[in-house]
Design a protein around this ligand. Structure first.
Ligand SMILES: [Zn+2]
Ligand SMILES: [Zn+2]
Ligand SMILES: [Zn+2]
Length: 281
């Protein structure tokens, strides 16, 4: 390898960028929820990270199936979980088509607490005498700072604070993905230096006990100094994408569903998935 670091992560797809209820919210007629701009329509937060012909999804929220269909995903190496909240877990049952297509179990990388939640919520997938047609899964343990390989990529789990919960963010190469944080411990901050891309949660302008507000997220983004920061896990209270984006400092963007980041010889570039190209004005 000639001492040079091998970069295997080559693409990131924002599968969903919305908070737990998604945007629009059922029954809400605010300016964001009734916006015709597709960037204001946010499925529950998740990303796909792609290597050389491989793909890993972070979290399987309630919109996992819709996200796989929207982006035309036909293969998946595994799932990496941040935490056990329903908006990050509820879609796990839909790994079944990948079981059939790939003829193998799906590897789920989960902390002890996330495994407990998976075993509780999807108990039928873990029964000794399994019924046919249930998800075929294999759990691999996630522990703080214990790097693992998945999809040819090098994943480093970083402890993150989410209200009363200790959850995980991940660093992969020169990119980090942090969602549902309201604080980042010092030892994790040390591992978030020198990033090209930081994906960070920002819920809304006002403070919240378990999520960074927009001002807090901007403070973290400035302190970490990644080349570009993309904000995710966004509430309808954030405002319309177009209005908020105009006010953001250089090097910070609101993510939106279908936004794609691709590594090129010049660095990371923004693209849009075919779905988004069709729907953006
Ligand atoms: Zn969440
Ligand atoms: Zn609304
Ligand atoms: Zn959460």
């Amino acid at each position: 390898m000639n001492g040079a670091e091998v970069r295997r992560l080559s693409r990131l797809v924002f599968l969903g960028t919305g908070t737990s209820q998604g945007v629009p919210i059922i029954g809400c007629s605010c300016a964001v929820c009734s916006s015709a701009d597709r960037r204001d329509q946010r499925l529950r937060t998740s990303v796909a990270l792609e290597g050389e012909g491989t793909r890993v999804v972070v979290d399987t929220g309630p919109d996992f199936r819709a996200q796989m269909l929207r982006e035309g995903v036909t293969s998946l190496e595994g799932v990496v979980y941040t935490h056990e909240h329903k908006d990050h877990l509820a879609g796990m049952d839909d790994v079944r088509p990948f079981n059939y297509l790939q003829k193998r179990a799906m590897t789920l990388h989960a902390s002890a607490r996330v495994e407990e939640a998976l075993r509780r919520d999807f108990h039928y997938a873990f029964d000794e005498n399994k019924h046919g047609g249930v998800p075929d899964v294999h759990i691999a343990r996630v522990r703080d700072f214990e790097r693992f390989e998945l999809g040819g990529m090098d994943w480093e789990p970083l402890p993150i604070v989410h209200g009363s919960l200790d959850i995980h963010g991940y660093r992969v190469d020169d990119l980090a993905y942090i969602t549902d944080a309201n604080a980042i411990p010092k030892r994790s901050l040390e591992r978030l230096q020198g990033l090209e891309v930081l994906v960070l949660n920002a819920l809304r302008p006002e403070p919240h006990y378990s999520h960074f507000s927009l001002p807090e997220a901007l403070e973290v983004a400035a302190a970490l100094g990644a080349k570009h920061t993309y904000l995710t896990h966004i509430s309808h209270l954030m405002g319309r994408h177009e209005d908020v984006q105009k006010e953001l400092p250089e090097g910070v963007s609101l993510a939106f569903d279908g936004l794609v980041l691709e590594r090129t010889a010049e660095g990371w570039e923004e693209k849009a998935s075919p779905w988004t190209q069709c729907t953006l004005r």
